[in-house]
Write a protein that binds this ligand. Sequence first.
Ligand SMILES: [Fe+2]
Length: 522
Amino acid sequence: MRFPAEPFSASRSRRRFLTTTSLAAAAVWASRAEGRVLANPSFPADPFALGIASGEPTTDGVVLWTRRAPKPLEPDGGMPAEAVEVSWEIADDEAFTQGVRRGTVTATPDWAHTVHVELTGLAPARWYFYRFHAGTATSPIGRTRTTPAIDTMPDRLAFAFASCQNWEEGLYTAYGQMARDNLDLVLHLGDYIYEYPAREMRVRRHDGGPTDSLAGFRIRHALYKTDPLLQAAHAACPWLVTWDDHEVEDNYASTASNPGATPEQLLARRSWAYRAYWEQMPLRAANLPDGPHMTLYRRSTWGRLAEFSVLDTRQYRTDQPCGDGNKAPCGEEMRDDATLTGSEQEAWLLDGFRASTARWNVLAQQVMMARIDRAPGPAEAYSMDQWPGYEQQRRRILRAFAERPKANPLVLTGDIHSHWANDLVIDFEGLPSRKVGAELVGTSISSGGNGTATPAGLNAILAENPCLKFHSQQRGYVRCELTPEAARADFEVVDFVDKPGGKVSTAARFRIENGRPGLVPA
Ligand SMILES: [Fe+2]
């Protein structure tokens, strides 16, 4: 199923203030068929019930996001079937006495009355405050920033990464701490929503109906965004987001569906899911979906300190080998044509990595890259949904890491609802065993419930895998600091997520020295 090319909300200059939009946004605006636009609609409830967000920071801009949805769990969000005006403003100060820019955008029902303002022309390495207005209503205030100039070496970048926030399985206590962490950037590595139907006896319920339509996916995203702690984390700094499987369907691979839906059915599902995802995230028009296709892999740089390559390992992957799951190698995992990224994204990744001059080269992606043997003793079992199921491609990437020992590759991973600190090691094809990078696998925000710090079999898996330095199955996230000299990673955990009041603490801390691959306890 393909949706016709349709406009999304775009800025219009009001001349009183200089308003800047991207060329892409301007082009989309220009192609928009003129219709009725409500300038001062009245709303039955808070029109900003889903909060605000920013993302995709560059040296001179950022995307500001909100959605007009006074009744977020209704198919139309409680909005009329008409376009509405939303104004926005950014300032140097939280009181908005030092205004920087202001403008008005049109939010249309075609795009669920979402707003994506693509700002340019801002100063590099600067914090700004932003908010929206609709009628007499004003949104919460968000804080966002631009990235440092390309030719500068910043002293520090503080970021966190998160994944897997099943609404029904736990509260977002971790986001409350993240909002207080004074971060420059948050990366979300996928499973922002879960597509599952509502279940009883959970911490909270998937109200609003099933995800079997565009309206269903919109409501599911809206339900998640009603969480005040998630809203607070979005309001604290810009985000870079990518998806994993549950934004569409558990463990899907390109057009191959887990429960056996036809490729046509999965493509229809992808169309609804990708469109709802774009609508609900602070993404650029450059990433607009085209039916079941949406280019999400992209790069972001932080001066000369860091380059982030944000990957999509679901849309283009070949089907999981050996029947998926944790399996003994069956031979299929060594196929040359198996790919997690598709050939185009792989070439983009490796060409970019080889050309990068950044001190730290960060891959923000979904599935674990370290080849962790899950079976104690002489037996072997590897996750066929992860990079070891695509072993030849995994080796190509690790060989590229080995070619550039000063590039400091750092892989960030989500997906598996547990913390893992892994050295990335070349130990194949008769090559001398050596560390070529590090992988930080962040646990889930809520998926899996309270969890445990000492899962059964932990000591066996640690003994089986010398590259593995730390593991926990509590909920939480990973907070990182990059400097020119070192990277630091704090593995944060929450003591419980089944009721309010959980405490967040640091379960393990590691350092990586510039030019010396491998994790060192800190
Ligand atoms: Fe997950």
